[in-house]
Design a protein around this ligand. Sequence first.
Ligand code: FES
Length: 85
Amino acid sequence: LSELATVIVRINGKEVRVPRGTTVAAAVFAAGETCRTSVSNHPRAPLCGMGICFECRMIVAGRTHTRTCQILCEPDMEISTDFER
Ligand code: FES
């Protein structure tokens, strides 16, 4: 894909290039990461992909987002999966 068709985000500090229009949750999943760790220390991942389950909550640009499956990646976006650790 050309640079115009992609954006670079940072997931836990690592640069990842994704197609423009990719959701934050999809970018994290494609990068092989899980969204967060539960209070019982289990990895959690997107479940519904349509904003209902809140399993995809993460920290995006320094703010907690409960439905990252509904947020599109933007250039230089900082994404952290360190939500409940
Ligand atoms: S995956 Fe269910 S709310 Fe995002």
